[in-house]
Design a protein around this ligand. Structure first.
Ligand code: C2E
Ligand code: MG
Ligand code: MG
Length: 578
């Protein structure tokens, strides 16, 4: 029962794509009633002699016969025009039923006045037959066009257009369904090796096997299969109770193509990748369900998983985004499009201490991609040392010239990831950057994130000792987010602690955060470090930081990250002030 109803939705959806629709039944009833009334008036007015007074004029009743006869004819024509077969046959019966009384009147009662009535009925029958046959032809033609528009010419399955309309209908209806994105594995290989004709045969065979399951309902769920192009198919599954049922159904579709397909005496064994998403659980819009099912399918392909079926999960999108970012990072490295910004750092009297160099990259459409997003990906895929390296080289080169031009004595802070720090040639890279840029070692600071440091402390310490020996300053970035022990900090030859923004954000709303920041500052001072607060956005935060003895400020309140020329302007203005 559910099956029949379900199929009806699909039929209706496809029918709705056709412009021709039958008019509502109420219209048919109105025309019929109007016809009966008009015909009754014709008969009465023809048989009786009466006059109607109209504004003092006496009009004979018989003169209305023609008018009402015309009205009844119009009803008959409209019926045929708008109600297809039903309208035509009703109109035909009504017209034919007029003939016997007219014939009796002419031949038995010898009343020749009835002759025009016979002609009129015959001509009307002729007219409505022409209208009906013509309309039928048009409908058939329209149906053919509709079928062409929604049918894939090669396999005869509903096509991409039908697929997207069905998704729209189901989403609007709010009914739960699973959308399965299917891609035939190694199909390109079949096309390349055996030719397009064989490829087409294979697609037709797959389509017919799948259509057989969808049509006979043997999967136990209500299915609908479409081909959206090339070797890509989309299966809709409805009327299921559990996730297992969805997977069971997909398995049946998988099984029928595992069975040998023979084309031109060649035995082929086909497999496919199935990725699915459920509406509304995984995705609640049309576009989302398409892209989620697709993402799941691509993940099956990418991992070449032996289980060819995968449900969408949000982590997948992350993987997709990661892959996308990795590609963009590689491109930006190749094309040299990474650049840097300089965010100023100030002492508590608003005197410039220096700048932090921050990596920047743009998306293909020119929008900025946040380093918060691309740096973790670069770390994961082992490209972060290259990104760090570019920022190091470009920013020191600029900074060397800046120091030369302005004679300022300020610090350039460069973020270095621990992976980069661990590389054998890291120190050479730093030396090279210093030599070629002319930046004095004590004007360079290396920022290392606290949380990452802890994992590899011994190895890192050795490297940091060497940096220190060269005269380079060391900052511990994002301090407070890791779990540094006091003993570890004590061993750490840092110059600067950078208090993480998250504590500064809370500082003026929570007393414990304020005390925490105050404790970090005191502890830093005891160990001989300067302390800088990151992400300071409000004047009140500066006041508090002054009270609790912070040494430096970095934040939007006094300066956002700047392009190099704007940073240079700031240096010039600062040296004029001091
Ligand atoms: P970070 O080193 O802690 O850098 C500070 C981040 O805080 C920067 O974000 C900066 O723009 C932002 N910031 C500073 N003041 C404010 C403020 O008042 N309000 C707010 N909302 N944000 C503020 P950005 O540039 O997005 O960098 C994010 C992170 O990316 C950096 O955090 C750093 O860990 C990493 N990063 C940036 N450039 C490099 C690089 O060249 N190499 C490596 N390894 N990591 C980098
Ligand atoms: Mg930093
Ligand atoms: Mg930081």
């Amino acid at each position: 029962m559910g099956n029949i109803k379900g199929k009806k939705i699909i039929e209706n959806t496809l029918n709705r794509l056709s412009s021709r629709r039958n008019a509502p039944t109420a219209g048919f009833v109105i025309l019929l009633v109007l016809y009966v009334i008009a015909s009754a008036i014709v008969i009465i007015s023809a048989r009786t002699d009466f006059d109607i007074l109209f504004f003092g004029m006496s009009i004979p009743g018989k003169s209305f016969t023609g008018v009402f006869s015309a009205i009844s004819q119009v009803c008959i024509i409209f019926m045929t025009l708008y109600f297809g077969k039903k309208g035509y046959f009703t109109a035909l019966v009504l017209q034919l039923s007029q003939l016997p009384p007219l014939c009796v009147s002419i031949f038995v009662q010898k009343n020749v006045m009835s002759l025009p009535g016979v002609f009129s009925a015959i001509l009307t029958i002729l007219a409505i037959t022409i209208i009906y046959l013509n309309g039928k032809q048009m409908t058939a033609y329209q149906k053919e066009l509709r079928d062409q528009a929604v049918t894939d010419q090669l396999t005869g399955l509903p096509n991409r257009f039908a697929c997207s309309r069905l998704v729209k209908a189901l989403v609007e209806k709010g009914e739960k369904f699973a959308m399965v994105s299917i891609d035939i594995n190694e199909f390109k290989g079949i096309n390349d090796a055996l030719g397009f004709d064989t490829g087409n045969h294979v697609l037709c065979e797959i389509a017919s096997r799948w259509k057989a399951i969808a049509d006979d309902g043997s999967s136990g769920t209500l299915d609908f299969i479409t081909r959206i192009g090339g070797d890509e198919f989309v299966l809709f599954i409805r009327d299921y109770q559990s996730d297992e049922e969805i997977v069971n159904t997909i398995r049946q579709y998988e099984k029928v193509i595992f069975d040998r397909i023979t084309v031109d005496n060649c035995d082929l064994y086909i497999s496919a990748s199935f990725g699915y998403a459920e509406f509304p659980k995984d995705a609640d819009t049309r576009d989302a369900i398409f892209s989620d099912a697709n993402a799941a399918m691509h993940e099956v392909k990418r991992t070449k998983s032996s289980n060819h079926i995968l449900r969408f999960s949000p982590e997948l999108m992350r993987t997709e985004r990661t892959l996308d970012l990795e590609r963009k990072i590689r491109e930006a490295l190749e094309n040299g499009t990474f650049y840097f910004n300089l965010q100023p750092q100030f002492d508590m009297h608003h005197r410039l201490r220096g700048f932090e160099a921050l990596a920047r990259m743009k998306d293909t459409d020119g929008t900025a991609i946040s380093p918060g997003e691309f740096i973790p990906v670069a770390e994961k895929v082992g490209l972060v040392d290259k990104v760090d390296g570019i920022v190091l080289r470009k920013s020191t080169a600029f900074f060397g010239e800046l120091l030369n031009r302005t004679g300022a004595d300020i610090t350039l802070s460069v973020n270095i990831s621990v992976r980069h720090l661990m590389k054998n040639d890291f120190l050479d890279e730093i030396r090279e950057a210093l030599t070629s840029s002319g930046v004095p070692a004590n004007n360079l600071e290396i920022e290392i994130t606290e949380s990452i440091m802890i994992d590899s402390v011994d190895k890192a310490l050795k490297c940091i000792d060497e940096l220190k020996a060269m005269g380079i300053k060391i900052a511990i970035d994002d301090f407070g987010t890791g779990y540094s022990s006091l003993s570890y900090l004590n061993r750490f030859p840092a110059d600067l602690l950078k208090v993480d923004k998250s504590f500064i954000d809370e500082m003026n709303t929570s007393e414990s955060s304020r005390q925490y920041v105050s404790a970090i500052i005191s502890m830093g001072h005891i160990m001989g470090f300067d302390v800088i607060s990151e992400g300071v956005e409000e004047e009140e935060q500066i006041d508090t930081l002054r009270e609790i003895g912070c040494d430096f400020i970095q934040g939007f309140v006094w300066g956002r990250p700047l392009m190099p020329d704007a940073a240079e302007k700031l240096v010039v203005e600062s040296s004029v002030k001091s």
